[in-house]
Design a protein around this ligand. Sequence first.
Ligand SMILES: CC(C)(COP(=O)(O)OP(=O)(O)OC[C@H]1O[C@@H](n2cnc3c(N)ncnc32)[C@H](O)[C@@H]1OP(=O)(O)O)[C@@H](O)C(=O)NCCC(=O)NCCS
Length: 406
Amino acid sequence: MTDVDVRPLAESEYRPSFDLFLASLHEPQRTGDERWQRSSTRYEPGRVFGAFLDGELAGTALSMTSALEVPGGAVLPAAAVTGVGVRADRTRRGLLRGLMRAQLTELRERGEPLAVLHASETRIYPRFGYGLGTRSQRVQVARTHAELRPDAPIGGQVRLVDGPAAEKLLPELYSRIAAGRPGLIARGEGWWTTRLAGTVENGGALRVAVRSDDSGTDDGFALWEPSKTDHHFGDGSIRILVSDMHGADDAATASLWRFLLGLDLATSVIAVDRPLDEPLPWWLADRRGCGVDRVDDDLWVRLVDVPAALAARSYGAAEPVVVEVRDPFLPQNSGRYRIGPGGAEPVADAPQLGLDVDVLGSLYLGDVRPSTLAAANRVEVHEPSALAAADRLFAAARPPWCGTQF
Ligand SMILES: CC(C)(COP(=O)(O)OP(=O)(O)OC[C@H]1O[C@@H](n2cnc3c(N)ncnc32)[C@H](O)[C@@H]1OP(=O)(O)O)[C@@H](O)C(=O)NCCC(=O)NCCS
């Protein structure tokens, strides 16, 4: 087999790497200058890797600087991994494996204890230590059923803003309000530049609404695009596709929903990436008007530095448990850890539970209980009483949610 050579790319190689990535997603093979101009902001020096076969670039992966909120409220440096692709005629030769190894090794050296990503396919990343850490849901509301109950939160103002105003307002607004829930991540400048491209591309299909509270402080926003089928006033439909919505609190989020559900001529509102515990059905007069048509895997979480990541989150009240973690891809992480209400530390004691590091990624933010994964034979139980304790230790006060695509 030909050797795979993986190295960080030079700036001059970023655009070919972007084209390669897009082609791997079956998008057009060459991007226009304007799209590249915006996307180039995601390419941070030292964070872009290329995999070469016979001296030719055939695979790529990058990470953006970010941070992840973990249970207890700590916000840890986290690499947001994206731009992963291998040329269609060079797949299944170990290029992704080489890229993942180089990237995770480099992230460890950088001192970033966590890596996160969204997966195109669920079977790809567990072998590299990523576990499904948060889920989200897609919600549909028919406008004929969109009346809110009189006791649903009310107040504040919602206004439309244009693209340039959104570019100024939203980065600060998001970083101020996106807190208080595990799974929320930091959005860098490069993220926003590409996210808001739709406000100018395609004639500005992407709309932006900003909510402010009764004192005039901005505290929420929503991004959406209308999708029309041959609408002749009564014939056809206009669907409002909401791709990004964050509120500082329930009142802000309820206002944004109220605004979207009140848009004239719309037949339905469809929102992706919503948290599983959003109170929307409880705000509606007719809760059957609101349907969840899918629950998606949201953020995949990789503990790059297991002791540092375990020590940084808080744990519920229960007897401490000794967990054996296996990490064949980054063997420095393999070991036994005592996890208790006071924190987590490496120990030499006999393990009560055993698991692979991707399973730890799934438990880390509290989305799934250890006992559920034991039922799936993903957690080995050496001491049965430890399982109920682990359920209480890993539980998060609030279900985790990310709500940021990258
Ligand atoms: C997914 C992709 C990057 C994999 O690259 P690759 O170079 O073929 O992967 P590798 O040869 O290094 O495979 C490593 C292992 O993962 C497995 N694997 C790779 N892609 C897989 C997939 N899509 N589904 C299941 N297993 C997969 C391989 O079989 C191999 O398994 P092994 O360790 O048991 O041998 C590549 O197929 C691709 O570019 N796909 C389209 C774009 C895409 O989905 N990108 C990811 C965005 S999140």
